[in-house]
Design a protein around this ligand. Structure first.
Ligand SMILES: [Zn+2]
Length: 259
């Protein structure tokens, strides 16, 4: 849960849409009728017939995960099919309706503002390149803080916490490009995986590798800790391509929010 020095100029929290008349559940409209009469999103779950920036955020995340749908902010039949497909993959009931649990599983953080629960935009870039895949998770523990904008600040990775302070390992083979102290991150290891792909492992209690060292998937790079700008034992894990941070959950093997 660490604010990092760089703040993205691109990502901003989606505005809370103003309630529009009756804020009750949207009727199940036929897809053809959904567009002209679609209601603005004022509550979760997101469902067919709704529209707005929150639907767009979800569509963007669905596209990042390989679903060929329009990112138009309209929750139509194509969005329903994409949500159903992801729900099946996540082993959730394939309802086609996006509830808070589904949005969290997508990596979208839901917030409660003035009694209205909404997801916020999490992506700073477009589609995660399909070749960006981690072999394994970098440590054990629970994801305690997702990637994305929180209250106007950009969290450029995910936090994985475990009181046990487990080992932290390379999520993919590469070469250590940095091993030492960096402001905010505390003890930090960066690994260069080629093609501009880099992973970062922050707040380590100790570092087990040196700059220039080749590492294999699973090589220990350090121990989870709480160094730098941190309030508890956790790993701050980042995935960057060409310097741009992406949501690591899109690159990690699927196994839910914890293991
Ligand atoms: Zn963090």
């Amino acid at each position: 849960m660490v604010p990092l020095p760089s703040v993205s100029p691109v990502a901003q929290a989606s505005p809370v849409p103003a309630p529009e008349g009756d804020a009750g559940p949207a009727p199940a409209l036929a897809p053809t009728a959904a567009k002209p009469t679609a209601r603005k999103v004022t509550s979760l779950p997101l469902k067919v017939g709704m529209r707005g920036p929150l639907v767009r955020d979800m569509q963007r995340e669905l596209r990042r995960r390989g679903r060929a749908i329009a990112v138009d902010g309209q929750y139509g039949s194509g969005t329903v099919r994409a949500v159903r497909a992801l729900q099946k993959r996540f082993r959730m009931p394939a309802t086609g309706t996006a509830d808070a649990r589904f949005l969290r599983r997508l990596g979208l953080q839901s917030l409660s503002v003035a009694g209205v629960s909404i997801p916020v935009q999490v992506t700073v870039s477009d589609v995660l390149p399909s070749w960006v895949r981690m072999d394994i998770w970098p440590t054990s523990g629970q994801v305690t803080s997702p990637f994305g904008v929180r209250w106007g600040r950009m969290h450029e990775g995910i936090d994985i916490a475990s009181n046990a302070g487990p080992p932290v390992v390379a999520a993919l083979a590469g070469t250590v490009s940095f091993a030492g102290w960096e402001s905010g991150y505390g003890n930090l290891v960066k690994i260069n995986h080629g093609n501009g792909l880099e992973t970062r492992y922050g707040h380590l209690a100790s570092i087990a590798v040196a700059k220039g060292q080749p590492v294999a998937t699973g090589t220990q790079v350090g121990v989870m800790g709480s160094t730098g700008h941190s309030t508890g034992t956790h790993l701050h894990f980042e995935v960057r391509v060409g310097g741009t941070p992406f949501n690591p959950l899109g690159a990690l093997p699927a196994r839910g929010l914890s293991r």
